[in-house]
Structure formats: structure tokens, C-alpha cells
Write a protein that binds this ligand. Structure first.
Ligand code: HEC
Length: 125
């Protein structure tokens, strides 16, 4: 029951992120975006760090807190929490949100793809 309420709140939150007309976010489509853009550097299994830290449980997590991953000071000291809104801002242009991050990713400009991707990230426990 509570999970449903949370899911609805997240869905509404995602809609309000963009003024562009668009479809609801789809975690399934987001998985494809993840495989294409992120999987080369990020695993979704807890504790499995690659070039980037494992993204298990990323939504709601404090930045820079995956054990045994060597973060940049920029990320570690960012003070960010990876909620849906912050992830959206970050993924559009990582270096604008975390100046001097070592994440070499130019950003995902497509609003729909970003919404889908974040919906997928929300499923990672
Ligand atoms: C070329 C490798 C690379 C790619 C591609 C990449 N990342 Fe990263 N990512 C990193 C690295 C390295 C870090 C650590 C950055 C730092 O410490 O400054 C990171 C950090 C992050 C963080 C912060 C994690 C934390 O624990 O604070 C998130 C969230 C993230 N990446 C999501 C993504 C997503 C989603 C994608 C795909 C759209 C992506 N990354 C693509 C390498 C990459």
C-alpha cells in the first residue's frame, strides 16, 4: 500500500520535471538507455564497482558513499543526495552539477530518455 503511494508520488514528480509534452517514464526503456550509456562504467550489482561506483540503490543515496570506490573530492564533498530531481539535473550535464567530477560522460540531453533512465535507476535495490 505505502509502496503504491510512493510510486505515484515519484511518477508525479517526474512529470513535473519537464514542461515538454511527453509520455510517462518507462523503466523498461530506461534499461536500454542504461545499457547503452552507463553500463560500460557502472554495474547494478551491490558492491560491484567498475570505472564508476556500483549504482545499486542509487536513488535516495548520499553522493560518494559506495564502499571501496575511490571518488574524486568533487563528488565525495558535493553534499548531494541522489534523489530524482538531483539525478535529473546531474545527468543532463554531470560536470555542471559536480564541477571537477572524474565521470567522463557528456550528459543525456533528451528529457524523455532521462526520465526513463531515472525510472529504471529507481528500480535498482
Ligand atoms: C566513462 C565512464 C562513465 C560513464 C559512461 C558513466 N559514468 Fe557515472 N560515474 C563514473 C565515475 C568515474 C564516477 C565517480 C565520479 C567522481 O568520483 O567524481 C561516476 C559517478 C556517478 C554517480 C554518482 C555516484 C555516487 O555514489 O555518488 C552517478 C549517480 C552516476 N555516475 C550515474 C551514471 C549514469 C546514470 C550514467 C549513464 C547515463 C553514467 N553514470 C555514465 C563513470 C562513468
Amino acid at each position: 500500500m505505502n509502496r503504491c503511494i510512493v510510486a505515484i508520488a515519484v511518477a508525479v514528480g517526474c512529470f513535473s520535471l519537464s514542461t515538454a509534452p511527453g509520455n510517462a517514464q518507462s523503466a523498461e526503456a530506461g534499461q536500454a538507455v542504461f545499457k547503452h550509456d552507463c553500463a560500460i562504467c557502472h554495474d547494478i550489482a551491490p558492491g560491484k564497482n567498475k570505472i564508476g561506483p556500483a549504482l545499486a540503490g542509487i536513488v535516495g543515496r548520499t553522493a560518494g558513499t559506495v564502499p571501496n570506490f575511490h571518488y574524486s573530492d568533487a563528488n565525495k564533498n558535493s553534499g548531494l543526495t541522489w534523489d530524482v530531481v538531483t539525478l535529473d539535473r546531474y545527468l543532463v550535464n554531470p560536470r555542471a552539477t559536480v564541477v571537477n567530477t572524474t565521470m567522463s560522460y557528456a550528459g543525456l540531453k533528451d528529457d524523455q530518455k532521462r526520465r526513463d533512465l531515472i525510472a529504471y535507476l529507481s528500480t535498482l535495490k
